[in-house]
Design a protein around this ligand. Sequence first.
Ligand SMILES: C[S@@+](CC[C@H](N)C(=O)[O-])C[C@H]1O[C@@H](n2cnc3c(N)ncnc32)[C@H](O)[C@@H]1O
Length: 278
Amino acid sequence: MGEAASSKIQDHYASEGIAARILAALRAAWGEDIPVTPDALAPLDHFHGRGLKATEELAALLDPRAGERLLDIGGGIGGPARWIAASFGCRVTSLDLTPECCRTAVELSAATGLSDRVFIIEGIATDLPFGEGEFDRAYSENVAMNIADKPRFYAEALRVLRPGGVFAFSNYGAGPNGDPHFPLPWAAGPLTSFLASPDETREEILDAGFELVVFRDKTEEVLPDLRENRRRLEGQGLPPLGLQTLMGERIAEFQINVARSAEEGRLTIIEALLRKPT
Ligand SMILES: C[S@@+](CC[C@H](N)C(=O)[O-])C[C@H]1O[C@@H](n2cnc3c(N)ncnc32)[C@H](O)[C@@H]1O
């Protein structure tokens, strides 16, 4: 990815003082004494449309075990990493491109008391700063849409896993009916959105050397949630606690465009579990 695209992607996600805003929103909703836990933060720090529900589905596919070393590729502000570390008792390294997301992830991990189990690293998915075989499992949630060089994305995930280690991901892909409606949660326009179709994705995974354990086009399964979210946003506006704290009120238009695009066959939702051969 060129530096211009990379800095446009960071600008899309970054803003000052995210952790303070999130903690203030949490306390305004539930009172000053609310314990800051991964579950309490979940409406605010799972940085993708279907929130904790999507992370739970991905975690069920990943099936992490206590004590394992996990890598979250494009971990955002660390919501999924904290929730998985706390729920399954593993150590999760969350790597992200955007410095402000990483700073937020560090602050929220400290606020939840999880800094000894969740490690935040600033870096780029296509050039991971880790040695071969360092992780038992890896996952990536709604990140690949920002990555142009997908062969390198899969090759790097494969390299850092131990033999037999698994990589689970879920993300939006290209649909059969043309370009999606912009702006979207991951990109204001087509210059920073790189969508592969389910067929292209499957081919890229196999070319990288992964074994395919599960590969699903989840569009039909997820559409009812996207439609319901659109109906609520158009009828009632944003919920009291939501991703607007992170992204501003523009998140409503982004999420409506996701639903419209998926309904019109301009986006697909892809979920997969891959294994590094032994
Ligand atoms: C939609 S957010 C998802 C964050 C997180 N996975 C979650 O679900 O809460 C996408 C994240 O990917 C990061 N990202 C985009 N391109 C990246 C790249 N090439 N390498 C690492 N992170 C990247 C962005 O900075 C952003 O935090």
